[in-house]
Design a protein around this ligand. Sequence first.
Ligand code: XUL
Ligand code: CO
Length: 438
Amino acid sequence: MSLFSTVEPVRFEGPDSQNEFAYRVYDRNRVVLGKRMDEWLRVAVCYWHSFNWPGHDIFGAGTLPRPWLGASISQEMADVKLTAAFDFFKRLGVPYFTFHDVDAMATATTLKEHANNLKKIEDGMAARMADTGVKLLWGTANLFSHPRYAGGASTSPDPEVFAWAAAQVRCCLETTHRLGGENYVLWGGREGYDSLLNTDLGRELEQYARFLSMVVEHKHKIGFKGTILIEPKPFEPTKHQYDHDVAAVYAFLQRYGLAKEVKVNIEVNHATLAGLDFEHEIAVARACGIFGSIDINRGDPRNGWDTDQFPNNAQELVPSLVQLVQDKGFATGGFNFDAKLRRQSVEPADLYLAHIGGIDTISRALLAAADIVTEGALEKLKQKRYEGWGGSLGKRINSGELSLAGLADLATDQGLNPVPRSGRQELAESIIARHCKY
Ligand code: XUL
Ligand code: CO
């Protein structure tokens, strides 16, 4: 028995079901373009918002019943939380979970205690994972909540803070490895600044690169085969985060020779905070060869912060899912529900309803995307738009045989006079819309 035992295991009942505690679209065994739906989506529930956040905000106290939370968390409380979390994962019927070290373990004050407490909860997780078959999509260390990290972790002005962060990541990476985690995430929540007046930006970037290089080196040393992922976000909690967006992360990785070692975990609400579209971030990551995983959620267009709401607009997600289908799915990544309840959603049932709605939403988007890719009209439209590049002029430009002057002479001599052609944007948008029927 746990707080989440009140709901029966959630099953697929189809689009006509009247049962709110059933999937209408997510049918884990349904085969879509040769692959099961659960393999396409690789859904994970996150530990932090769901079990480690009592519903407080900057103006008010916790509203959600989470009896295992308190100012300091004992091993007993951590174990009760673990039981509740795995009960929820199992009943929801998802294949993966994700966690930060401090979400799951008993509170520690020294590094020795930290390592011991994390190992204890790792053992508990390993047992629950074996019992339930739920797997670890990724682990991560929380390098932003404790007051010591107020000035950053690896980018802190204090090398002792850097060393603490290194110790935490070493433990968490090793735990993730032993638990068979498929990725390891670094979200640089405070790797940035609040004011440039007191910040040596150049020095901080060097520190950050040193840290990341140490993490990559350790990954290889322990034989972790998963993917190291950076999660871009432009700001919040700091005024500016160095991992502002995918393009900024790629430039950083290239500068420090890490572009082949590290990929990105793209979060919808982080993209929108950066003033970008989710599908833009995915497109940049694919173009740079660093697409890894997704934190699925949404913002509220009226609010300028990370509201982390559950996704419920399938059509909005289709352009991103089309890219995923074109790639034939994730390599090691998945859809991690980095989403949290609203503060009035106080019943344990609300956590089920939120995830069921979100999982059905990404399932709808997947089915529409699969139809779009199968039909091929969108791809044909794109190919037609670039068809000139398959001709002799395009090939000669791309081959590098023409200099700027050579090309200028050719254009002049041949009297080139390109005619404007339709970009067919409205048609492309209509192709997306007409397939959103699930
Ligand atoms: C914060 C955020 C984090 C990361 C993991 O905005 O998204 O929860 O996903 O540290
Ligand atoms: Co996230």
